[in-house]
Ligand binder design. Structure first.
Ligand code: TYC
Length: 105
């Protein structure tokens, strides 16, 4: 009789799993200036980085007092796109608002 439960004839070949390295993350950094209104900085942070009023206000004040503040970290493409869009939002209003990016250590 045919036994439906048969042993595999060959031993399973060990699978070679390539190491999956995480992409390096990049910081988006907000730079202080003397001209952009505080409330506008908060508006941009809320719109582009999905922050609450409270979070955005804290980041804005930190940049205002210390000169710079890390806004968030993303993969390189996302960080650069968001920094560019946020900087452009200021430029559209004639403000020198600046967001930069740099790789995390
Ligand atoms: N320093 C600006 C002012 O006093 C406000 C400001 C804060 C601008 C943070 C940019 O990244 C900034 N109106």
């Amino acid at each position: 009789m045919n036994d439906p439960i048969t042993k595999p004839r060959t031993r399973a070949r060990p699978k070679i799993l390539p190491k999956t390295e995480r992409p390096r993350l990049h910081k988006v950094i907000l730079i202080n200036d003397d001209y952009t209104p505080r409330e506008f900085v908060v508006t941009v942070l809320k719109a582009e980085f999905r922050m609450t009023e409270d979070q955005a206000h804290k980041v804005m004040i930190t940049a205002h007092q210390r000169g710079v503040c890390v806004v968030a970290v993303f993969t390189r493409d996302v960080a650069e796109t968001k920094a560019t869009r946020a900087t452009d939002a200021g430029r559209a209003k004639g403000y020198p608002l600046l967001f930069t990016t740099e790789p995390e250590e």
